[in-house]
Design a protein around this ligand. Structure first.
Ligand code: AMP
Ligand code: ZN
Length: 141
C-alpha cells in the first residue's frame, strides 16, 4: 500500500498517532477532525497515500464517498444537524492542508454561516460561463 512516512494521515492509518476512530474498512478510515469547524466534523480518508482527486484511483475515491455517506448518516441521527456539507479540497489554492485524499463531513447548524462555504446564488456572466465550458469540455476525452 502506498504510504508516506512524513504524512500525518498515514501515521494515523499506521496507528502511530491517535485518532477518534469512527469506522474503518479495507480501503478507508473515518475519524473526528481535530480542529472541528462544527460539532461532529469528521473525515473519511483513503488508507493509502494518494494526494488528491487527480491522483487517486476512482474506485478508492468512491470508497471514500461511501464511507462519508455512512458517517453522514450516523451524524444526522446522532446530532440532528440542520444540514451536512461534504467538502474535499485539492491543492493549497483550495485550502488543502493535508496532502492525503480525504472528504470532510461537516454537520451544519442554524447560525453557522461564518463557515463561509456557501457562496450564495449570484447570476454569472453567460460569456464567462460559456468560455470556461468550452475549455473544460475540450479537455474531456
Ligand atoms: P484540509 O485542510 O482540507 O486538507 O483538511 C485537513 C484536515 O485535517 C483539517 O480540518 C485538520 O483539522 C485535520 N487534521 C489535521 N491533523 C489531524 C489529526 N492529527 N487528527 C485529526 N484531524 C486532523
Ligand atoms: Zn498520507
Amino acid at each position: 500500500m502506498r504510504t508516506d512516512t512524513d504524512c500525518i494521515f498515514c501515521k494515523i492509518v499506521a496507528g502511530e498517532i491517535p485518532c477518534f476512530k469512527l469506522y474503518e474498512d479495507e480501503h478507508t478510515l473515518a475519524f473526528m477532525d481535530i480542529n472541528p469547524a462544527s460539532t461532529g466534523h469528521a473525515l473519511a480518508i483513503a488508507k493509502a497515500h494518494w494526494e488528491n482527486i487527480h491522483e487517486i484511483p476512482v474506485e478508492l475515491a468512491c470508497a471514500c464517498i461511501a464511507t462519508a455517506q455512512r458517517i453522514a448518516g450516523a451524524a444526522q441521527t446522532a446530532l440532528s444537524p440542520d444540514g451536512i456539507n461534504l467538502l474535499q479540497a485539492n491543492g493549497p489554492g483550495a485550502g488543502q492542508s493535508v496532502q492525503h485524499f480525504h472528504v470532510h463531513i461537516m454537520p451544519r447548524y442554524a447560525g453557522d454561516e461564518h463557515l463561509k462555504i456557501n457562496w450564495g446564488l449570484n447570476p454569472g456572466d453567460t460569456d464567462e460561463i460559456k468560455a470556461a465550458y468550452g475549455k473544460i469540455a475540450g479537455c474531456l476525452g
